[in-house]
Write a protein that binds this ligand. Structure first.
Ligand code: 5GP
Length: 196
C-alpha cells in the first residue's frame, strides 16, 4: 500500500496551516463580513475547518460546476450545476479552493463571479500546484505550494474515494491505483503509511 502513495501533508501540519490562514483572514477582513464560496465537492473539508478558524461573522455559500465535456477540455469553461443561493453584488467574496492546478477552472469561475459586481474578490486555496499554472492568477491566501503529483485526501478524491482521509497523500503509482481504486482504503482505519 505504501508503494502506491506517501504522505505529503500530515494531519497536524494541515491543522496548523489552516489555523494560520484563519488568523490571516481574520486580520485582513477585520470589521467586514466576507462571503466564503466553496466549489463542491473537494473544497468542503477545507472550508469547514477554515471558516471555524475565522473569528468574523462570515457567511458561506456553495457552487457546483462541471466541465463542458471532451470538446472543451482544457479550456476551463465550466457549466454551473448549482449556483450560489445569495446575491454577491457589493459583498466581500473569498473563493475557497482545495487545489489549483492549471488554474483554468478557477480563472473561468472568477470571471463569472466578477460579472456579479462583488465589492472585492479574492482566492484562498489549500494547495497550489503553481508549476502547472497556465493563466496568471492572483492568489491572496495559499496553504501549501504543492509539487506536481496527483494528491488525495482532506476533500480530494480519486474516483470519489478518500475525501475523508484526514491527511493528504501523493499518489506515487497512479497505474497501480487505477487497477485497484480501493487499494488505499485500509489507510482510513490504519492511519497514514509510515505512521506520520
Ligand atoms: P485546474 O482547472 O486548475 O487545472 O483543475 C482544478 C481541478 O482539478 C481541482 O479543483 C480538482 O478538482 C482537480 N485536481 C487537480 N489536481 C488534482 C489532484 O492532484 N488531485 C485531485 N484529487 N484533484 C485534482
Amino acid at each position: 500500500m505504501s508503494d502506491l502513495a506517501s504522505v505529503l501533508y500530515g494531519e497536524d501540519e494541515i491543522r496548523a496551516r489552516v489555523g494560520e490562514l484563519g488568523r490571516d483572514i481574520t486580520r485582513d477582513y477585520a470589521g467586514r463580513s466576507p462571503v466564503l464560496i466553496s466549489v463542491l465537492k473537494g473544497g468542503v473539508v477545507f472550508l469547514s475547518d477554515l471558516f471555524r478558524a475565522i473569528q468574523l461573522p462570515v457567511r458561506i455559500d456553495f457552487m457546483s460546476i462541471s466541465s463542458y465535456g471532451a470538446g472543451a477540455e482544457g479550456s476551463g469553461v465550466v457549466r454551473i450545476l448549482k449556483d450560489l443561493d445569495q446575491d454577491i453584488g457589493g459583498e466581500d467574496v473569498l473563493v475557497v479552493e482545495d487545489i489549483i492546478d492549471t488554474g483554468l477552472t478557477l480563472s473561468y469561475l472568477l470571471s463569472a463571479l466578477r460579472a456579479r459586481d462583488p465589492k472585492s474578490l479574492e482566492v484562498c486555496t489549500l494547495l497550489d500546484k503553481s508549476v502547472r499554472r497556465i493563466p496568471p492568477l492572483e492568489i491572496r491566501y495559499r496553504g501549501f505550494d504543492c509539487p506536481d503529483s496527483f494528491v488525495v485526501g482532506y476533500g480530494l478524491d480519486y474516483r470519489e474515494r478518500y475525501r475523508n482521509l484526514p491527511f493528504i497523500l501523493a499518489v506515487d503509482d497512479q497505474t497501480g491505483l487505477a487497477e485497484n481504486p480501493d487499494a488505499l482504503a485500509g489507510l482510513l482505519t490504519e492511519g497514514p503509511p509510515g505512521g506520520i
